[in-house]
Structures are given as structure tokens and as C-alpha cells.
Design a protein around this ligand. Structure first.
Ligand code: SAH
Ligand code: SF4
Length: 399
């Protein structure tokens, strides 16, 4: 009986959560990216924290203040070449170039949709690939960069194309920040606009390939770099992390990063969510909702977004909408209704327009914003849940 299932108090045992978190981090480490070093031994400076960069510089006898200078060139000016760093003397430029590089993933393919959405297939140093999408706002000069956190995904949500690609590996900080920087190269938006100056690449959504909370350390390092005020300087309010519900890591992301949270809910009963989002078997709806309620920094000005992909005849009834409203009652929340984006071989159909609007109205009448997300970039398979690359894990025998 659903009433009884929901009545089970959320697991709040701190020790249990800590153990679970260590287990998740240990598993994540098995899929670590290769070191950000070229075959000739030069190290990529992108992706290092200021402290790490200072350590690298100390090894070649350079003072910590150099970090400030180089950081400015890399992240504010977008320099990819030490020779362009005009505030640094020539001999030092040469020495830096002997030891370091300023890397970018290589765009193997760039496709622009009829609606101006642009999808990049980026290739990393070991040949693995992931996709990044820039979604411009049709009305204003701004837009979101949808960034991948993993090549493939361990989870296999039934409606998601990425879910059919096994996890190959986690992306490193250089590769995560690199997606944003390379996308920005493509629009020539350097130097980084300061403060409230309008930006074309104005927000980041961690909604590309992979589960960001299963690659937390690398994602966190990358986001700290992106948020640094002397560089790219995107505030945490302009970053949204989307999770399928890795409960033990949600608290940590909230406390340490304070970015906006989006939760891929998609079903309001455990039985159905177990099937659509198999991670639900580990962290059922009641636990997920409890984690959302305690997510630090969620207020009416910064609401939690619940993502809900509308699948015809599966999760789109009025009863589902009413149960959704009960689940989020009293939370600073909004609901993003996502029309299902089909992909080759997918088993579902999108809900009818009527079902979408009926559902949206019930949620809205209960006082929650419930925008229906307009699919973008469908013609180039760039819309939510359509991303996938050919990358395979070496040694997997082509599985
Ligand atoms: N792994 C994270 C981040 C990916 S976000 C997560 O699942 O939240 C991608 C969003 O698109 C998620 O909300 C996902 O559930 C949704 N999605 C996946 N497949 C989709 C599809 N075929 N059509 C529409 N949305 C989809
Ligand atoms: Fe992975 Fe998210 Fe796709 Fe689920 S929806 S398979 S968690 S990328």
C-alpha cells in the first residue's frame, strides 16, 4: 500500500549515509579519467585549482602570484597559447610552454539545428567522446550550455538514449570546464563578461551525458573553477545540477557547491519509478523527497526543479499530477514538464498535447510553476535524453 511505503521515515542515519557516500566515491574512482598530461610530459593547466597550479609553478621556481596572472589569461581572456600572455615576460612564456599546455577538447563534429541549438561532439585526449549542447534563448542574447559529466552512464533509465551506452569513464575537471570553454570559443565570447554584463553563454546545466553525482569530485572541482570570480565567474545561481536521485550525494553538493538542483523525478509511485529510473530501487521516492526538503539554499527565489518526462499512457494521468502535487507540497519547487524526445529504438511515445496541458494545469493550480519545455535541437538529436556517442570501454569486447 503506497500510504504505508511513504510513511516509512527517511533514512537519516548519518553513519549509514557517510558509508554510502564513501562507497559511491570509491566506485567513482574506478572510472577515473586519465591524467591530464600529454605524451611529451607537458601538463594541462586547465582543470587545476589555484592551489594545484601554485604547486606546479613552485616546482619550476615560480612565485605564487604567477597563478593570478595565468589564471586571468586562461579563464578570463580565454588564451590557449602562452605567447599571447602579454603581461608575462618572453623567457617565462617559453618556460611555461615547455612544461604546460592550455588544453581544449577537440570538436570532432559541430552541428547547428534549424532552431540555432548547437551540438558539439568533443573528443578528449584518449579518444573518448562526449556531447555538449548550447541552447540559445530565442528572445534574448543568452543561453544555456548543457554539459556532460561522464562518457556513458551506469544508470539505465528506460527513456534515455545515454542510458543505453555503458559507462566508459568519468570526465575530469579539465574536460568538464573544457566543454564550456570550447563552446565559448565557438561563439568568440572572450574575455569573460564581468558581473551583470549580458553573456551569450549565460548558464550551465549539468544535464548532458552521465550522472553528475556519480562523478562528484570532478564535477565539484570543475564548478569551483567556473565560479571563480577572476575567471569565468558564473555564479552558483547560474549553474544547475541535475540528478536522477543519488540521495547521499545531494546533501554534499548542496553544502559544498550551493548550485541549483534539478531532480529527474518522472514517476510518483515507487513501482513505476523503479522501472523508469532504476536507481529508485536504491533510493526510493520518500528518501529522495526528504533529501530535496533538506537541500540547503532552496528558497522561493531558488526553487528545486523537478523534471518530469511525459510518456504517453505511462505517467501522464491526472492522478499522477495530483500525486506529484502531494509529494512536493510545501517545497520551494517548480516542475519542468519535458515532452518525451524519441530516439532510434526508444520504447515510448510522447504524451498528447491535451495530456500535457491537463497535467500542467493541475500542477499550476496547486501553486507551482509548471512550464512545458520546448524541445530544442531535435533535428540534430541534441534534445534532452538524446545524447549518445560511439565511445566504448577498452577491454569490454565491444559490449
Ligand atoms: N543523469 C542526470 C543528468 C542528465 S539530465 C539526470 O538524469 O538527471 C537529462 C534530463 O533529460 C533528465 O531529466 C532526463 O531524465 C531527461 N531525459 C532523458 N531521456 C529523455 C528523453 N528521451 N526525452 C526527454 N527527456 C529525457
Ligand atoms: Fe543516466 Fe540521467 Fe540518462 Fe538516467 S536520465 S540514464 S541517470 S543520463
Amino acid at each position: 500500500m503506497p500510504g504505508i511505503v511513504n510513511a516509512i521515515p527517511p533514512r537519516l542515519d548519518a553513519e549509514l549515509t557517510a558509508a554510502e557516500r564513501s562507497r559511491i566515491l570509491a566506485k567513482s574512482a574506478l572510472f577515473s579519467p586519465p591524467p591530464a598530461v600529454l605524451p611529451d610530459g607537458r601538463r594541462d593547466l586547465v582543470g587545476l585549482s589555484r592551489e594545484e597550479m601554485a604547486e606546479e609553478f613552485a616546482q619550476i621556481g615560480e612565485a605564487p602570484f604567477r597563478v593570478k596572472q595565468v589564471w586571468h589569461w586562461i579563464y578570463h581572456r580565454g588564451a590557449t597559447d602562452f605567447a599571447a600572455m602579454s603581461s608575462i615576460a618572453r623567457p617565462l612564456q617559453t618556460r611555461l610552454a615547455e612544461r604546460f599546455v592550455i588544453g581544449r577538447p577537440v570538436a570532432s563534429t559541430v552541428q547547428t539545428s534549424t532552431d540555432d541549438t548547437r551540438k558539439f561532439l568533443f573528443r578528449f585526449r584518449d579518444g573518448q567522446e562526449a556531447e555538449t549542447v548550447y541552447i540559445p534563448d530565442p528572445q534574448q542574447d543568452r543561453g544555456a550550455v548543457c554539459i556532460s559529466s561522464q562518457v556513458g552512464c551506469t544508470l539505465s533509465c528506460r527513456f534515455c538514449h545515454t542510458g543505453t551506452q555503458k559507462l566508459v569513464r568519468n570526465l575530469g575537471p579539465a574536460e568538464i570546464v573544457g566543454q564550456f570553454m570550447a563552446a565559448r570559443d565557438s561563439y568568440g565570447e572572450w574575455p569573460s563578461p564581468r558581473g551583470e554584463t549580458p553573456r551569450l553563454l549565460s548558464t550551465i546545466v549539468l544535464m548532458g551525458m552521465g550522472e553528475p553525482l556519480y562523478n562528484y569530485e570532478n564535477v565539484a572541482r570543475a564548478m569551483r573553477i567556473v565560479m571563480d570570480n577572476e575567471g569565468i565567474g558564473l555564479s552558483r545561481r547560474r549553474i544547475t545540477l541535475s540528478t536522477s536521485g543519488v540521495v547521499p550525494m545531494m546533501d554534499r553538493a548542496g553544502e559544498e557547491l550551493g548550485v541549483n538542483l534539478a531532480v529527474s523525478l518522472h514517476a510518483v509511485r515507487d513501482e513505476l519509478r523503479d522501472e523508469l529510473v532504476p536507481l529508485n530501487r536504491k533510493y526510493p521516492i520518500a528518501e529522495l523527497m526528504a533529501a530535496c526538503r533538506r537541500y540547503p539554499g532552496a528558497t522561493n527565489a531558488r526553487r528545486i526543479t523537478f523534471e518530469y518526462v511525459m510518456l504517453r499512457g505511462i505517467n501522464d494521468s491526472e492522478a499522477d499530477a495530483r500525486q506529484l502535487v502531494r509529494l512536493i507540497a510545501g517545497m520551494p519547487a517548480k516542475v519542468n514538464l519535458i515532452p518525451f524526445n524519441p530516439w532510434p529504438g526508444s520504447a515510448y511515445e510522447p504524451s498528447s498535447g491535451n495530456a500535457l496541458h491537463r497535467f500542467a494545469n493541475i500542477v499550476m493550480d496547486a501553486g507551482f510553476a509548471s512550464p512545458i519545455r520546448t524541445p530544442r535541437g531535435q533535428d540534430i538529436l541534441a534534445a534532452c535524453g538524446q545524447l549518445k556517442t560511439e565511445s566504448r570501454r577498452i577491454g569490454q569486447g565491444g559490449v
